[in-house]
Design a protein around this ligand. Structure first.
Ligand SMILES: [Zn+2]
Length: 898
């Protein structure tokens, strides 16, 4: 670790750039050992009197440097590890440096780039990933998002090896080049992007790819060519991405009034990719896992992910590209807004309630954990050492919740007016989250001054609510108090503006009117209460009977909630709440209450038993599954799902993993035995209703979800293993095969061992040519909760299909094991922690971004008992003591040990 690397960048130090770049001309010559990058940049002065040009640049070999056609004499510029500075511009130019052209040639080695940033090679393909600061490893540049320039890019490469040459914008020239004395023919393509963009949106691809084409007619009747490029073997897996793209384009026109602006929109699928996908202008680059989909090889969850990610990246064309971020502290400006947009899109395409349940479960499990750990940071952070570490669930998912709250406070019509104003006012600009909030305020007249604290304060606020019914006055009173625990660097929190959506249910489960008295007048109020003070009282009048409150409907704010419900009330809400999300949530609260009771029994060495109310509630859901064919099957599946171990860990003050695991297994097993007949009936009925095994319609995905949820319970019974085996052998659908294999890999049945070995081998042999299926296969083994998990994962590290160089493989095996297999990862001797630290150190030398992400489970040390906490911290300290750590990993271990 070098001192220079550990320096934090601060929001408070932001200064506008001294110079801007009007035009960027790039020429890439790609060879098998290296690449030559020729850049010609037209600068103009942005700050009066500026006379020194500081460009970003890293790991570059500078070949030549010219200004206004003249070489710059040595001594007039300085090169360091991270910059190139040209001193005394006026003197070199013999005039004020108001406008000048700088030409620069650099040499880079994409072939040796394992970090998968900037320009690198994935298999036989050259591709780029420039966000956030990769472009500076291509050439010297003002590599910051508030410098927006027009790009023209020429790519030259061997024609036989790289017939496809792509960059941003429109293709303006392509031709073969004759080179005397060379056998192979090189060719050239020139792309021109008419829209100004920051360097992080630059993209280049050179490879041998097959393309699927389609056309989209925009609302103003322009034809846009849509092209998805993949390896030849994958052309049968891109229909779903293409359909998703067209749906997303149409939705963005209808819901946000946003049309696409170029003649062509391209997506390229890449095997080795650090993230899900990247929204480069007109040329999105995707991890294959987020674009390829075919029911024979792809699970339903992956199908839904493809649709969501294709939409997300497409939506960035406006929320991110046309209007971009001023600096990286504003990352949530584009990510929070775009995640919100893609979530609403997915909700509209499928079941809104189920989408909300999935998003909130993820937020509560992963973002709440981040908020209570050492990496806690606001939606708009104040400082960072390595910006790659801030592509977090807080920036993305909590950022989306913040936008969702603005929409709730303003209402749909005003929110749309606000987003129209935002796009109109800031088109072509690099702006801040403050500009976004201002546009929302200016268009609606709402005062969001208190609300802004959601951007600047970290931590998860808590609401404590008490309800009181006054029989004689016919009033119902809610006393609401809010608080938020300190987070690193923020000891005291100011109050938040929390939209609290509620309903009051009568005995039949109907919503009562919400009436308040104001100056003797009776007002029917909106169901969203504005909680802005530390303590606040809301009194409802003319309440004819004691109501059951339904609180925080639709999860109207990213907070935790304390309200003393009885189990009867929770059962009632789980059966009757008109808000689908709260219906599910009430069932989860009941599970949690029972889990807490069982944990107490367990710690007192008492025999565990399930209270009858849980059986009653569970039975009620099963009955609606059996009798009502119309109900949402995916929602039913979620209503029958016991909270996950990672979620249980997150909500514990101090988690005892083995006790949580034991109690959770006891509940699953008890429910499975008690309701074996019903679960079997639902399983077979649903299986029968699935007429086409390869259909991925929303309804059929829901059916499979319910069927396989039943299978996961039945796996605890004597018939479980044979059911799983027959489903695995008979099904052609990958979701069904995955569920069956998971059942076998987690089965404690004594006959399972031999079967396990054979099905694991068979599955591998069958799918070894499909890397994404093999990722799934690694994950299924890595998350098996049977004892001995660490040993199994260690063995798989040397499997022929595994490599640390491919991020998908790393996530599928190591990431899944450490993040989702709690009882095998948290071994009492700390072997799991040591394993993770070993892998992080190995990876850090290859790919620092992925190493830093992988480290996350160790950063949750505060959640565990003192002995486990100490063992986790030992490993963090061991990493910290290692020489030459990347900034990425250094920043995280540093924050853990403050
Ligand atoms: Zn994004």
């Amino acid at each position: 670790m070098k001192d220079s690397q550990a320096k934090a960048t601060l929001l408070s130090n932001y200064k506008i750039p001294d110079f801007l770049i009007n035009e960027t001309l790039l020429k890439f010559e790609l060879f098998e050992t290296h690449a030559i990058v020729d850049s010609s940049l037209q600068f103009f002065r942005n700050v009066e009197g500026a006379d020194e040009l500081v460009l970003d640049g890293q790991d570059l070999e500078l070949i030549s440097l010219e200004i206004e056609g003249q070489p710059i004499p040595a001594g007039s510029y300085e090169v360091t590890e991270s910059s190139l500075t040209i001193l005394n511009l006026a003197k070199i130019l013999n005039k004020d440096p108001d406008k000048f052209t700088l030409k620069c040639v650099t040499r880079i080695e994409p072939q040796n780039n394992t970090a998968l940033e900037c320009l690198y090679k994935s298999k036989r393909m050259f591709c780029t990933q420039c966000e956030a600061e990769g472009f500076r490893r291509i050439t010297y540049y003002l590599d910051r998002p508030d410098v927006m320039s027009k790009f023209t890019t020429t790519i030259i490469a061997d024609k036989a090896s790289y017939p496809t040459l792509l960059s941003n914008g429109n293709l303006v020239a392509s031709k073969d080049l004759d080179v005397d004395g060379q056998d192979s023919v090189r060719h050239l393509a020139t792309w021109e992007d008419p829209f100004k963009k920051p360097s992080y949106l630059f993209a280049l691809v050179a490879g041998n790819l097959s393309c699927k084409e389609d056309v989209f007619s925009t609302a103003s009747e322009r034809e846009v060519a849509l092209k998805i490029f993949v390896e030849d073997k994958d052309v049968n897996k891109i229909d779903h991405a293409m359909d998703s793209l067209k749906r997303a384009m149409k939705w963005d026109e209808e819901v946000y009034g946003r049309e696409y602006d170029l003649d062509t929109f391209m997506i390229v699928a890449v095997d080795d990719f650090n993230m899900g996908a990247m929204e480069n202008k007109g040329l999105n680059i995707f991890n294959t896992s987020c674009v390829l989909a075919n029911p024979l090889t792809t699970t339903d969850a992956a199908f839904q992910r493809v649709e969501a990610v294709v939409a997300h990246e497409y939506f960035h064309n406006w929320s991110g590209n046309r209007v971009t971020c001023r600096d990286w502290f504003q990352l949530s400006l584009k990510e929070g807004f775009t995640v919100y947009r893609d979530a609403e899109f997915s909700a509209r395409m499928g079941s809104p309630v189920v989408k909300r349940i999935e998003d909130v479960s993820f937020l509560q499990t992963v973002q709440f954990a981040e908020d209570s750990g050492p990496m806690s940071h606001p939606v708009r952070p104040d400082s960072y050492i390595e910006i790659s570490n801030f592509y977090t669930v807080t920036i993305y998912e909590k950022g989306a919740e913040v936008v969702r709250m603005i929409n709730l406070l303003l209402g749909d019509a005003q929110f749309r007016k606000g987003s129209d104003l935002y796009f109109e006012r800031h088109d072509g600009q690099a702006v801040t989250t403050e500009d976004f909030v201002c546009a929302m305020e200016d268009s609606s007249g709402e005062d969001l001054s208190l609300f802004r604290r959601w951007y600047s304060q970290a931590g998860t606020p808590r609401l404590e609510i008490n309800g009181h019914y006054d029989e004689s006055e016919k009033t119902y009173t809610l006393d609401v108090s809010q608080s938020c625990l300190p987070t690193p660097g923020q000891d005291k929190k100011l109050t938040f503006h929390i939209p609290l959506k509620i309903g009051l249910l009568d005995k039949l489960g109907n919503d009562m009117p919400l009436l308040q008295r104001e100056n003797e007048e009776l007002l029917e109020i909106d169901c969203v209460l504005n909680v802005t003070n530390e303590n606040q009282r809301f009194v409802f009048v003319n309440v004819e009977e004691s109501p059951i409150p339904s609180l925080l409907r639709g999860f109207s704010a990213p907070v935790t909630l304390g309200f003393q419900y009885t189990r009867e009330e929770l059962s009632f809400l789980a059966a009757h709440d008109n808000d689908g999300f709260n219906k599910w949530n009430a069932g989860q609260l009941l599970f949690l209450d029972v889990i807490d009771e069982l944990l107490k029994m367990n710690s007192n060495n008492e025999n565990l038993f399930i209270p009858s109310c849980l059986y009653t509630t569970f039975n009620c859901v099963l009955e609606s599954a059996l009798t009502n064919q119309e109900c949402d099957k995916a929602l039913l599946a979620y209503l029958l799902t016991v909270p996950s171990i990672p979620f249980l860990i997150e909500r514990s003050d101090v988690a005892n993993v083995s006790a949580l695991y034991k109690v959770r297994e006891f509940i699953l097993e008890s429910l499975a035995f008690r309701f074996k007949i019903e679960l079997e009936r639902i399983y077979f009925d649903t299986a029968e209703s699935l007429i086409n095994p390869l259909s991925v319609s929303g309804d059929d995905i829901g059916r499979r979800m319910l069927k396989n949820l039943c299978l996961s319970y039945l796996a605890y019974t004597d018939k479980g293993l044979s059911l799983c085996e027959s489903q695995l052998r008979s099904s052609r659908n990958m979701t069904d095969q995955t569920a069956a294999l998971r059942g076998i890999l987690n089965s404690g049945d004594e006959n399972a061992e031999v079967l396990r070995e054979s099905v694991v081998l068979e599955f591998y042999e069958r799918w070894k040519d499909e890397p994404l299926v093999i990722d799934n296969w690694f994950s299924l083994q890595a998350t098996s909760s049977l004892p001995g998990g660490l040993g199994r994962v260690e063995t798989l590290l040397s499997h022929e299909a595994f490599t640390l160089k491919n991020p998908n493989k790393v996530r599928a095996l190591i990431g899944a094991f450490c993040g989702q297999n709690a009882n095998n990862f948290h071994l009492p001797g700390g072997e799991g922690y040591k394993f993770l630290a070993d892998q992080v150190l190995k990876l850090d030398a290859i790919n620092p971004q992925i190493a830093a992400r992988l480290l996350v489970p160790l950063t949750r040390f505060k959640k565990f008992e003192p002995s486990a906490r100490a063992l986790m911290l030992n490993q963090i300290n061991r990493i910290k003591a290692t020489n030459s750590l990347s900034k990425d990993v250094f920043e995280i271990v540093e924050k853990c040990t403050i």
